[in-house]
Design a protein around this ligand. Structure first.
Ligand SMILES: C[S@@+](CC[C@H](N)C(=O)[O-])C[C@H]1O[C@@H](n2cnc3c(N)ncnc32)[C@H](O)[C@@H]1O
Length: 320
């Protein structure tokens, strides 16, 4: 596949409503599937800011946007930084009045998964890496599997991937690394496969899928990013601006739901750690309460979209 296939494009556009003059941020630019649609609708009077933590993805997204731009395209401001830093990025761009629309399309994109050099997947041999930014991040997946405690490994596998064999897999990793460190994706994948009963080792889904997902989330602190990033994005909205977030993981969706609810609660909710703490002084509303899922047609044509959940929050207009 040449580019990542964007999910729920129609739904995203109907929630964010980018139009002429809009100031739009794509906080997870990737290969610009969503951003190309934004650029088309914004026109030459608007601004499109694109961020990606992975400089290689940012470069592909930037190339596609620049090629498509023509004279009617928006002003582009594209930076290889994490969306948690959106406020600093907007400040640097002189956009201190906030923006009208922000999209976070969370997780990993298919080009990262398909490149064995990046170490996100186990289908082809590569280094056990999994970092979104190989220059800014020091710790790799190899560092985690070779140094984290058995307990920590098991917790990540259970919490980030619902891996029911979390403990046996962690035990195997610990036993194996005592002999020699694990270095490649395929070494780890085979070790995980062997933790499974023989009848379950060669099913439709490779038994190491969940382990790689969990380690990728851990190595990039993806849940920490979501928590810090959603709050930062909310404070970057202009009055009337909308933030939309697409989650593929139940923990991401839960964090999103609670942060959005916490910011719109009339009274603090003691059961929600994010209640009334999110963005002091700004008022928000939920354009819809239940997350939006993809259509049956999209689920059929793009299996990745099946687990996608779209949520949104709007900063209220100032009333006086
Ligand atoms: C699902 S892909 C986005 C795909 C994109 N919407 C498209 O249509 O091509 C997620 C992207 O988010 C990036 N990413 C992950 N964590 C990030 C973070 N904290 N800040 C910015 N980008 C991040 C990944 O590098 C990846 O390119």
């Amino acid at each position: 596949m040449e580019f990542h296939e964007p999910v729920m494009v129609r739904e995203v556009l109907s929630v964010l409503r980018p139009g002429p003059l809009s100031r739009v941020v794509d906080g997870t630019l990737g290969t610009a599937g969503h951003a190309l649609e934004f650029a088309r609708l914004i026109g030459s009077q608007g601004i499109l800011v694109g961020l990606d933590r992975d400089p290689a993805m940012l470069a592909i997204g930037a190339r596609r946007l620049n090629e498509a731009k023509g004279k009617d395209g928006p002003r582009l401001h594209l930076v290889a930084r994490p969306y948690e830093e959106i406020c600093e990025v907007l400040q640097d761009a002189g956009m201190t009045e906030g923006v009208d629309a922000i999209l976070l399309d969370l997780g990993v994109n298919s080009l990262q998964l398909e490149n064995p050099e990046r170490g996100f997947a186990f289908s082809k041999e590569g280094p056990l890496d999994g970092r979104f930014n190989t220059e800014a991040q020091a710790t790799t997946m190899a560092d985690l599997v070779n140094n984290a405690s058995e307990r920590e490994l098991a917790d990540w596998l259970r919490d980030y991937a619902d891996e029911r064999l979390a403990r046996p897999i962690a035990r195997r990793i610990a036993a194996r690394r005592a002999l020699a460190p694990l270095r490649t994706t395929t070494e780890l994948a085979e070790l995980v496969r062997e933790a499974y009963p023989p009848a379950q080792r060669f099913g439709r889904i490779h038994p190491a899928t969940r382990t790689f997902q969990a380690l990728r989330i851990a190595v990039n602190d993806e849940m920490g990013s979501v928590e810090r990033g959603l709050k930062a994005c909310m404070s970057a909205l202009a009055p009337g601006g909308v933030l939309a977030s697409i989650s593929f993981h139940s923990i991401e969706d839960r964090i999103t739901k609670r942060i959005f609810q916490g910011a719109t609660d009339a009274k603090p909710d003691p059961s929600n750690p994010y209640s009334a703490t999110t963005t002091e002084g700004l008022e928000f509303e939920l354009p819809f309460r239940r997350p939006i899922a993809c259509t049956a047609e999209e689920a059929e044509s793009n299996p990745r979209a099946r687990s996608a959940k779209l949520r949104a929050i709007r900063r209220m207009e100032v009333t006086s």
